[in-house]
Design a protein around this ligand. Structure first.
Ligand SMILES: *Cc1c(COP(=O)(O)O)cnc(C)c1O
Length: 223
C-alpha cells in the first residue's frame, strides 16, 4: 500500500495541468482508496453499482465518484445523486432513464457519452456515426435533468502505438466536431475522457483532459 501513495504523488507530477486524474479503484478495498485519499486524491472511478454503494458510506464525503462501467438500466435508480460523473452512458435508452430518475430525485446528473472506436475490443458505446447523429438530431434537447459534459472512449488494447494513437485521434475528433458545432447550443460540453494505465501519455498528447488510471496506482485487480 506504500506504493499507492507514491504512484499518486508521481502521477500528479507527470500529468499536465488541466488533466483530471480519476483513480480507478474497482475491485480494490476501501483501505486502498483511503491510502490514495490521504495522498490527496479525491476523484475515484468504480465500475459496479453494488461495489460503489458499499464503498460510499465508509469513505470520506468529499470523494467525487465517477461511474465508469456498463450501467444496467435496472440499477440506474440506485446511483442517482451519488456520482459526480457517469462516464459510461452507452445508449439513448440509458440516457433517457438517467434523465427520468434524476428529474424524479430533483437532481442534475452529469454524464459523458461513451463512444466505441476500438471495434474489436469493448462491446459498449455509441458508434461514432450514432453519436454524431444523436447530436445532430438534437435528441439532447429533451433532457430535463441530465448534463452531457463530454465523451469518454477507450483505445484498442494493443501494444501497437500507432493503432492506439489513431483510436484516440478518432475519439478526439468526434469530441471536437460536437464541441465546435455552435449551432447545437451545447453548454459545458468540455470533457474528453481517454487514457488508462498503459496508454494515458498518448491520450494526453491527443487531447485528453481526463485520464482513468487503475492498475498503475493500485496494482493488478483480483477478479
Ligand atoms: C478498469 C477501467 C480503467 C482502468 O484501467 P487500468 O488499465 O487498470 O488503468 C479505465 N477505464 C475504464 C472504463 C475501466 O473499466
Amino acid at each position: 500500500m506504500a506504493s499507492i501513495r507514491e504512484e499518486i504523488l508521481k502521477l500528479k507530477e507527470e500529468i499536465p495541468e488541466g488533466v483530471t486524474l480519476v483513480a480507478v479503484s474497482k475491485f480494490h478495498p476501501a483501505e486502498a482508496i483511503k491510502v490514495a485519499y490521504d495522498a490527496g486524491q479525491r476523484c475515484f472511478g468504480e465500475s459496479r453499482v453494488q461495489e460503489l454503494l458499499e464503498k460510499i458510506p465508509i469513505l470520506p464525503d468529499d470523494i467525487r465518484w465517477h461511474f465508469i462501467g456498463h450501467l444496467q438500466t435496472n440499477k440506474v435508480k440506485n446511483i442517482i445523486g451519488k456520482t459526480s460523473l457517469i462516464e459510461s452512458v452507452d445508449t439513448v435508452r440509458l440516457l433517457d432513464l438517467i434523465d427520468k430518475e434524476s428529474a424524479k430525485a430533483a437532481t442534475i446528473t452529469r454524464v459523458l457519452l461513451q463512444v466505441h472506436v476500438a471495434r474489436e475490443e469493448t462491446k459498449f458505446g455509441f458508434l461514432p456515426e450514432e453519436l454524431l447523429e444523436f447530436f445532430l438530431s438534437r435528441r439532447f434537447e429533451s433532457l430535463k435533468a441530465t448534463h452531457i459534459c463530454g465523451i469518454m472512449g477507450m483505445a484498442s488494447n494493443t501494444d501497437e502505438e500507432e493503432r492506439v494513437r489513431r483510436d484516440f485521434k478518432e475519439i478526439y475528433s468526434i469530441f471536437r466536431t460536437v464541441r465546435d458545432d455552435h449551432s447545437l447550443g451545447l453548454r459545458g460540453f468540455d470533457i474528453v475522457s481517454m487514457g488508462m494505465s498503459g496508454d494515458w501519455k498518448i491520450a494526453v498528447q491527443e487531447g485528453s483532459d481526463m485520464i482513468r488510471i487503475g492498475t498503475r496506482i493500485f496494482g493488478e485487480r483480483q477478479y
